[in-house]
Design a protein around this ligand. Structure first.
Ligand code: SAM
Length: 446
């Protein structure tokens, strides 16, 4: 085959694979990540083709609102809901390739003619859409929701809490691929491992740590993932916000620390490292499958002496701890750069049910420790919603014998207009180059 033919065959395999992935996603039983994992396991495909399928399907989910807006304009009388799911997904691929990656319309029409001829007139109409004109007729909130591809609820909440300019910056940055960070696992290695990694061909790490022991990966993420130090857990990839959150608890050697919502155990590893493996660290997790994976992986990370327990953190399973980390389950709306599908699964019902769990854990811990003055508790979520941050803290702070502790190491206060605003902290993708996180630190008073 000529190199042109090889390229065309690759492009065809990527389109077909992406179509299968999107069709499975539409069936609604699995997350995008697990569909991609299964697809790779079931199909003998080369790495570059799988990477292409992964990139294309994640990009289409990332820009789903905008793509579907084009689709609804182009499908005209054929209401998009009446199109078979597979036709709709094929058109989503075509729209993304036409508007985002500049594939010529003639090339797109050519492949549509081989796969599903009814797409051709629709795609021709889509190719004529004047999006600027179409968006101009919408309200501000709807326009941002389509232009920046986020659900209207998220747009409205951000407009209320960040104002228009910053909302646009945040939502636009949410559509970028995130920065990745690497740190040495000091339970199994030394700080020098980072210099060694930097010597590997293709890997470029920012020369200074961005925050004490964590480095931004400038290039070479795929080489790192294939490297021996990564495979043997001597280096770890972790978002900077997740790393900083665990540091805010500031555990010391010899203390008794409880990591209340611990799986998969990334913060547990850091807590034990900061404790210099002295003292007692109990990690609890309610989900049996996640507990088992975290417990097994824990040994590979160098955490032999950490006690893992399958427990509900809201039911006071660990007494007498000096410091407690509640890294609560949440909507993960701070992580939509790496997991764009998280923004589309957000709805009132799921938000209220997750808020109830957060509140139960927070109240359970605060009431169990209300007679243990001095105990320090960090509550965190990887969410940009005030419902899972400031509102949760405001709902408990006056009802328990607890004070908010300053967090000078993080620079940005919480959303305004909450009682806790000045003392709590937020990290954002567009300002901190991290996942979006909320962090509050409390101390039980005498
Ligand atoms: C955000 S994740 C924790 C991430 C982890 N701290 C890390 O850094 O790797 C939240 C975890 O809390 C667990 N969880 C939810 N409800 C819980 C409860 N009532 N008690 C203990 N764990 C809970 C979830 O199953 C999930 O694994």
């Amino acid at each position: 085959m000529t190199s042109d033919n090889v390229r065309l065959a690759h492009e065809k395999s990527i389109r077909e694979g992406t179509l299968k992935v999107l069709n499975r996603l539409e069936a609604g039983r699995q997350s995008l990540r697990s569909i991609l994992r299964d697809y790779r396991a079931e199909n003998a495909i080369i790495t570059t083709i799988f990477a292409g399928i992964e990139f294309l399907s994640i990009s289409i989910i990332r820009f789903r609102n905008t793509i579907d807006f084009y689709l609804s304009r182009g499908s005209g009388p054929l209401n998009k809901k009446k199109l078979p799911s597979s036709t709709r997904n094929l058109l989503r691929i075509a729209i993304y390739q036409f508007y985002w990656t500049n594939v010529p319309l003639s090339v797109i029409i050519d492949y549509l003619s081989q796969l599903d001829r009814q797409c051709i007139p629709i795609m021709k109409r889509i190719g004529q859409v004047d999006i600027g004109k179409a968006l101009a007729r919408l309200s501000n909130e709807e326009r941002l929701s389509i232009d920046l591809s986020h659900p209207t609820f998220l747009v409205r909440t951000m407009l209320d809490n960040l104002g228009e300019n910053e909302t646009i910056e945040l939502l636009a940055d949410n559509n970028n691929v995130p920065s990745s960070y690497i740190r040495p696992n000091l339970l199994l290695s030394t700080p020098e491992i980072i210099e060694e990694m930097n010597e590997i061909d293709g890997i470029d790490l920012e020369s200074n740590p961005v925050e004490k022991g964590i480095f931004r990966i400038l290039t070479g993420l795929s080489q790192i993932v294939k490297s021996v130090p990564f495979a043997s857990n001597k280096v770890l990839i972790q978002d900077k916000a997740s790393y900083l959150t665990a540091r805010v608890l500031d555990p010391k050697p010899g203390e008794f620390v409880w990591d209340a919502c611990a799986a998969p155990g990334m913060k547990t590893q850091l807590l034990w490292e900061l404790m210099k493996q002295e003292g007692r660290l109990v990690a609890t997790e309610i989900n049996p499958a996640r507990y088992q994976v975290a417990k097994d992986r824990s040994k590979d990370l160098g955490l032999e002496d950490v006690e893992w327990r399958l427990e509900d953190a809201s039911k006071n399973p660990v007494e007498n701890a000096d410091k407690i980390l509640i890294d609560a389950p949440c909507t993960s709306t701070g992580m939509v750069r790496s997991h764009p599908s998280y923004k589309w699964r957000l709805n009132k019902k799921s938000l209220f049910s997750i808020m109830t769990i957060q509140n139960k854990i927070l109240e359970g811990v605060l009431s169990a420790y209300s007679r243990s003055p001095g105990t320090e508790i960090v509550y965190a979520t990887c969410s940009i919603l005030p419902h899972e941050g400031e509102s949760q803290i405001d709902s408990v702070i006056d009802r328990y014998n607890v004070e908010l502790v300053d967090i000078p190491e993080l620079d940005r206060a919480g959303y305004t207009d909450f009682a806790c605003s000045k003392k709590v902290r937020r990290l954002f993708p567009h300002t901190h180059r991290t996942d979006g996180f909320f962090v509050a630190k409390m101390r039980i008073m005498p």
